[in-house]
Design a protein around this ligand. Structure first.
Ligand code: CO
Length: 219
């Protein structure tokens, strides 16, 4: 098995159904290069009910988009928290996360709900150690590898105001920027279907990629 889907449910290579009308009140996901996505988020200091409400809102958008992670600034809230998908399909929240250690540089094919339809090989680390607070404010330390490490790096990047395209060559980044600006201009219909892309859609453990497998997902 050279790769597996990083979509929730881990249903590798099954075509993503796109264009499904939104059924919930999920907040739309901002498309890069939206400025909110490029600004570092503010530390969460209030661990009260407002945080639970925000986490619930983020869950709605994440579910609609069928992503495996979402950062608060992707729905326009510039706060340092995100949902992270585990390989078993469950999710946990990370609040005020910090990347403590990274090791074993690796290249993963990566995508983002905020950069729909684009997938590029991106330099990452196979292993990470992170520290974060849970929704009650309790600090947790986690050592992760492979897919979970990948998602953590992607989401912490978001919270630092960085999208995966920042790790690409300027040529590739500019091509993607032009596509995204065009996508934004085509109107609200595109915005209404943020699940035209899926976060971290494919993940090449052995660096062999199957571009043909996801090309049609985004049409
Ligand atoms: Co993303």
């Amino acid at each position: 098995m050279p790769f597996f889907s990083l979509r929730r449910g881990d249903d590798a290579a099954r075509p993503l159904v796109v264009g499904t009308p939104l059924k919930s009140m999920a907040k739309p996901i901002l498309i890069w290069p939206d400025k909110v996505l490029q600004r570092p988020t503010a530390k969460v200091t209030d661990f009260g009910p407002a945080l639970d409400t925000l986490l619930a809102e983020m869950t709605e958008s994440l579910r609609e988009a069928e992503g495996i992670g979402i950062a608060a600034n992707q729905i326009g809230i510039s706060l340092r928290l995100a949902w992270v998908g585990r390989p078993d399909g469950t999710f946990f929240e990370i609040v005020n996360p910090e990347l403590l250690e990274t090791s074993e540089p690796v290249t993963y094919e990566e995508g983002c709900l905020s950069v729909p339809g684009e997938f590029e090989d991106t330099p990452r680390f196979r292993k990470v150690k992170v520290r974060y607070q849970d929704r009650s404010g309790t600090w947790q330390t986690l050592e992760a590898e492979d897919r979970l490490a990948h998602v953590l790096q992607h989401e912490i990047d978001h919270l630092n105001g960085t999208v995966f395209v920042s790790h690409l060559s300027s040529l590739k980044r500019e091509l993607i920027r032009k596509k995204m600006l065009k996508l934004q201009k085509t109107g609200s219909d595109e915005h209404a279907h943020p699940h035209r892309g899926h976060d971290h859609a494919h993940h090449g453990h052995d660096h062999s990629h199957h571009h043909e497998d996801h090309g049609r997902d985004d049409d």
